[in-house]
Design a protein around this ligand. Structure first.
Ligand code: C5P
Length: 224
């Protein structure tokens, strides 16, 4: 069987990464979470205290992009060699990631890295512009959507599970945040979130994770 590229796009918390991860496991493919890459750039900007400067002058991000390294080791995300898998999920990162992702130098840099990662095929890549910009020739393109209230509930459950007793934002707060991030991602100039005309639209509002994975898995098997 010839390995293919599966591109999964969709709004925040629509179940992309969960689906993509399990699917990749079943296919023996590599899973690439491009959101984690944008989050890593954002984390680095925050840590270096460059957020305000970059807000005033976008070109100030160029220097940071020249030396940054982002990679994956299994499910772990490495930023300049450090495991940042947890740090990139922090709220301060979620709040700023859409701004950092809207900058052209950031997109140019990550596009290059992502296209290189997919050169050997046999990958499941999820994000916002995988089917439209990164791999428009991907053999299978999926656009996952779900009702915002449902997405907020899922994200809340996920955060509670990880929080170990610590406070987490309310479902309502999360829904607002998710909607805002969707608006920002849809309205930006460079590589906005949108469905490629060939992408299969999948509404997961009333689906279990198993069902989502099975639908996509069956679609892959129709192709390969
Ligand atoms: O997938 P996740 O929700 O972790 O992505 C975080 C943010 O990264 C998105 O809201 C979006 O602003 C940005 N992103 C992007 N392009 C991608 C993946 C993520 O702009 N391919």
């Amino acid at each position: 069987k010839k390995p293919i590229i599966v591109a999964i796009d969709g709004p925040a918390a629509s179940g992309k990464s969960t689906t993509a991860k399990i699917l990749a496991g079943r296919l023996g493919y590599t899973y690439i979470d491009t959101g984690a890459m944008y989050r890593s750039v954002t984390l680095k900007v925050i840590r270096e205290g460059l957020l305000d400067e970059i807000r005033k002058d976008e070109t100030r991000i160029a220097e940071l992009l020249r030396t940054i390294t982002i990679g994956f080791q299994g499910e772990r995300v490495l930023l300049d060699g450090e495991d940042v898998s947890e740090a990139i999920r922090e709220n301060r990162v979620s709040r700023e990631v859409s701004f950092i992702s809207s900058l052209k130098p950031v997109r140019d840099k990550l596009r290059e890295l992502q296209q290189e990662m997919g050169r050997k095929r046999g990958i499941v890549m999820d994000g916002r512009d995988i089917g439209t910009v990164i791999f428009p020739d991907a053999e299978l393109k999926i656009f996952l959507i779900a009702d915002p209230a449902e997405r907020a509930k899922r994200r809340h459950a996920e955060l509670l599970l990880k929080a170990g007793g610590a406070a987490v934002p309310s479902v309502d707060e999360l829904e607002e945040e998710i909607k805002q991030r969707d608006r920002d991602d849809e309205q930006r100039t460079h590589a906005p979130l949108k469905r490629h005309p060939d992408a299969v639209l999948l509404d997961t509002s009333n689906m279990t994770i198993d069902e989502q994975v099975n639908v996509v898995y069956d679609l892959v098997n129709k192709i390969v």
